[in-house]
Design a protein around this ligand. Sequence first.
Ligand code: AMP
Ligand code: ZN
Length: 115
Amino acid sequence: MNTNNSCIFCKILSEQSEDKFLFKDEFCFAIRDINPVAKAHFLVIPNQHLTFLEQWDESNLHIIGKLVKNASNLTVLEGIADGGYRLSINQKGDAGQMIDHLHLHVYGGEKLRSM
Ligand code: AMP
Ligand code: ZN
């Protein structure tokens, strides 16, 4: 498993008890964002410390599918699927990325402002 000792998401994955995750399987886990910017805001994160998309190789591509599918499953569990939701991945400075361990933001639970 590719992990990074100074990464907050790797730390959460290794130290947080299983019942604190919204979801966890062999590929990814989900948590509520600590600083939500929508009524519902959670993060779906690969277990491996994978970073920038343009550096991913073919062997990692299935993980994107896992992230998206599990994110959409969570919107059903969280009751925001019917109203609508947004998935987004920030990449590097211009996108305002703060944590380089790739993660999928899921926003919903209210009318979202367009960018
Ligand atoms: P990004 O700007 O895409 O890198 O987003 C990082 C997100 O992680 C932000 O929305 C933060 O609020 C969130 N975040 C940072 N630390 C934690 C934490 N310990 N638990 C949950 N979410 C966090
Ligand atoms: Zn990490």
